[in-house]
Design a protein around this ligand. Structure first.
Ligand code: FAD
Length: 351
């Protein structure tokens, strides 16, 4: 019976454990310093919006859509998403200079992914916006979704333990079975840069500051840039089931600061009411009802996400970390990659 220890209980660890636990023979233990319910600068998952804008979605989108329509307890709902390309950013977009690969492209590849995708006619665009598109996407209430995933794992027999590992080799001994694990899954996100035996120096934080408000937004919105410098971005999205509306944000590469900056917060709120005045009934920033300010660090990696197997000492380790700003939207695709690698190690045929 394969004995597997997953290090990490963010969206990557939980989705990996969930998919692995669907094979009834697998004995799975999840060990993590932070669990759903915690808010910490070393734990990216609670801070995400989180929505699904195109990228690794070919594999993830169908499952997210199913959860949004058929599984209300997962805390995901369908919501229209608008993407605006600003006149001021056209030159930069033509040069390909934007951190959200492909999102703001004209005639984007993801036009074929969403049934209701449409380019917006000029009369539906506000001033200063050169073009834009709209499609039905989902917004995840991470405060509901992470515990739901954890519950699905527990229902399949996965055991959860608190623990902070100094070295990846400590994981094998933490299996709930009492015997050493055959395989360790490393889903430690940004902290894989500090985990002994891994110490991946290609990882770096991309700081995201957000404001969560009670105000409701009729659709999700993002623009290709802002007037406040390259490190500041604009997006807003209303989480499912009363989870509040996330106003974002920043995209600060190499920044580890855990505390919200009040000047940035003010700019985030100003941009939100400028782009969507109905958010605060035309009352501007004064009309916003703040729940909390927050900061999360997107686990970015030079060379991209790391999904591969590696023998460390006597133990096989499968890595699944470095998802930057798309950990949710790629979560099922990446976890399926983990399942395939585990099957390879166990010499099982491909699914
Ligand atoms: P994490 O959530 O950081 O989890 C790491 C886990 O490993 C934790 O449980 C931690 O305790 C554990 N761990 C680490 N080191 C150790 C150790 N030594 N011992 C034991 N346990 C350890 N993504 C989207 O798809 N859509 C979005 O709209 C979106 N918006 C975002 C907005 C913001 C502001 C931010 C910050 C991120 C956003 N993201 C979004 C990105 C997404 O949040 C991340 O890609 C994702 O959460 C990464 O998850 P993870 O499980 O890999 O890492």
């Amino acid at each position: 019976m394969p004995n597997i220890v997953v290090i990490g209980a963010g969206v990557s660890g939980l989705t990996s454990a969930y998919l692995l636990s669907k094979e009834k023979n697998n004995k799975i233990t999840v060990v993590a310093k932070h669990m759903p319910g915690d808010y910490d600068i070393e734990y990216a998952s609670p801070w995400a919006g989180a929505n699904v804008l195109p990228r690794w979605e070919r594999q993830t989108w169908p499952e997210m859509k199913r959860l949004a329509t058929e599984v209300p307890e997962a805390g995901i709902h369908l919501l229209k998403s608008r993407v605006y390309r600003r006149e001021k950013d056209l030159e930069k977009l033509r040069r390909g200079g934007h951190s959200y690969d492909g999102l703001f492209m004209e005639n984007p590849w993801y036009g074929s992914l969403f049934d209701d995708f449409r380019e917006l006619p000029k009369d539906e665009l506000p001033q200063g916006i050169a073009s834009g598109c709209e499609f039905g996407s989902v917004c995840i209430n991470t405060a509901l979704y992470l515990p739901w995933l954890l519950g699905k794992c527990r229902a399949n027999g996965v055991v959860f333990r608190r623990g902070q590992l100094k070295h990846v080799s400590e994981a094998a001994a933490m299996s709930r079975t009492g015997t050493s694990a055959d395989i360790v899954i490393n889903t430690t996100g940004l902290m894989a840069s500090r985990l002994g035996g891994v110490m991946d120096q290609n990882l770096y934080p991309v700081r995201g500051q957000i404001v969560v408000v009670r105000n409701e937004a009729p659709y999700m919105l993002t623009t290709s840039g802002t007037d406040d410098g390259d490190e500041e971005v604009f997006y807003l999205m209303m989480r499912a089931a009363g989870g509040g509306t996330i106003l974002g944000g920043t995209y600060q590469q190499g920044q580890w600061e855990s505390q919200p900056d009040p000047n940035i917060a003010m700019r985030i709120m100003r941009r939100a009411v400028e782009m969507m005045p109905e958010l605060s009934d035309g009352k501007g920033v004064q009309g916003l009802d703040i729940i909390r300010h927050g900061v999360g660090l997107r686990p970015a990696r030079k060379g991209g996400v790391r999904i591969e197997k590696e023998k460390i000492g006597d133990t096989w380790v499968v890595h699944n970390y470095g998802h930057a700003g798309w950990g949710y939207q790629g979560s099922y695709g990446c976890a399926e990659g983990v399942v395939e690698l585990v099957r390879e190690i166990l010499n099982k045929p491909k699914l």
